[in-house]
Design a protein around this ligand. Structure first.
Ligand SMILES: C[S@@+](CC[C@H](N)C(=O)[O-])C[C@H]1O[C@@H](n2cnc3c(N)ncnc32)[C@H](O)[C@@H]1O
Length: 263
C-alpha cells in the first residue's frame, strides 16, 4: 500500500492529492471542478471497455442514454418504481453521510441529493469513469451537497466506517464475480456498523414471466455477468460477516430486486 493510500484509509482523503486530474469536487458543485482526464489516473476496468463501451465509455454514450424515457424503457417502465423503492428505504431526509456507488442515468441522484440537502447531510458519488461524473455534475443543481469522486468501487479510497448508508443501483450485474465481491467488501468496510446498504438490481424472474425466456438471451449477449444475479442471491458475494442481516423485496415478477443489508 502506498503512503497516500494508507493516509486515505486512516485519516480521510484529499482526492485532489490522491487523484490529480480526476474529478474531485470536494464540497459544492457550484465551485470549479477539477479537470477531467479520462483514463489517465484511474484504470478503467476491463469489463467496462470490453462489454459496456457502448453504454458508458464511448463519448456518445451519454448523449444517447441520458434520457429519462430511455432508461425507463430499458427497465420495462420500472425506473420510477425502483428509484422510489430505493429512496423509500433510505428515507425522506438524509442527515450524515451517504454514498452512491456508481453514477446512474436519469434522475435518481438528483432525488437522492435533494434528500441529503433536506437532512443537512453530505453525499459522495463514486464512479470509475470521469466522463460519467462530469455528466452527473451537469445534472445536479449548483450547490448540491455532493462530492464526485473518481474511484473504482472495488478499491474505494475512503475511510472505514465513514458512511451512514450506501446505495448501489444496477451496478453489481455489470461486474464480473470477483469485482462484484470486492465492491461489496469495500462498501461493507466504508459503511459504519448500524448503517444500511441498499442494492437495486436484476434477479431471476418467476417461471410464468415471459421475460424469463425473452430477456435471458439479450442479457447474456449484452451484459454477460448479469445472469449471475439470476442464478444466485446477492448475499453470495457479500463478506461472510454481512450475510446475516439482510432482506429482499422483488419487483415486476421478480426481474428486479431490492436488497437491504444492515451493517
Ligand atoms: C450504475 S451502472 C448502471 C446504471 C443503470 N444501467 C442506469 O444508468 O440507469 C453504470 C455506472 O457504473 C459505473 N461503474 C461500472 N463499474 C464501476 C466500478 N468498478 N467502479 C465505479 N463505477 C463503476 C459506470 O462507469 C457507469 O457510470
Amino acid at each position: 500500500m502506498t503512503q497516500a493510500q494508507s493516509t486515505s484509509r486512516s485519516e480521510g482523503i484529499s482526492l485532489r492529492q490522491m487523484l490529480p486530474g480526476a474529478i474531485a469536487g470536494t464540497t459544492s458543485l457550484a465551485g470549479p471542478i477539477a479537470e477531467s482526464q479520462p483514463g489517465r489516473n484511474i484504470k478503467t476496468p476491463h469489463y467496462l471497455t470490453a462489454h459496456y463501451w457502448w453504454a458508458y465509455v464511448h463519448p456518445r454514450a451519454i448523449w444517447i442514454f441520458e434520457r429519462q424515457w430511455l432508461v425507463n424503457l430499458i427497465l420495462w417502465g420500472n425506473y420510477p418504481r425502483l428509484r422510489n423503492a430505493a429512496m423509500a428505504e433510505l428515507g425522506d431526509v438524509l442527515p450524515g453521510t451517504t454514498l452512491q456507488v456508481a453514477c446512474v442515468y436519469g434522475d435518481l441522484t438528483g432525488e437522492l441529493s435533494s434528500r441529503v440537502a433536506a437532512g443537512g447531510g453530505r453525499l459522495d458519488i463514486v464512479d470509475v469513469l470521469p466522463l460519467q461524473l462530469e455528466n452527473l455534475r451537469n445534472k445536479l443543481p449548483s450547490g448540491a451537497p455532493a462530492r464526485l469522486l473518481a474511484m473504482d468501487s472495488a478499491e474505494l479510497k475512503l475511510a472505514d466506517a465513514s458512511y451512514d448508508r450506501a446505495l448501489l443501483f444496477f451496478l453489481l450485474h455489470e461486474q464480473p464475480a470477483a469485482h462484484r465481491e470486492r465492491t461489496l467488501s469495500e462498501v461493507f468496510r466504508v459503511v459504519r456498523p448500524g448503517g444500511e446498504i441498499v442494492i437495486v438490481d436484476y434477479a431471476l424472474p418467476r417461471r410464468w414471466h415471459p421475460l424469463r425466456y425473452l430477456w435471458r438471451p439479450l442479457l447474456a449477449a449484452l451484459e454477460p455477468f448479469a445472469l449471475d444475479l439470476w442464478r444466485d442471491e446477492i448475499v453470495r458475494w457479500l463478506p461472510a460477516a454481512a450475510r446475516t442481516g439482510w432482506r429482499k423485496q422483488s419487483f415486476f415478477g421478480g426481474l428486479y430486486q431490492k436488497v437491504v443489508i444492515k451493517r
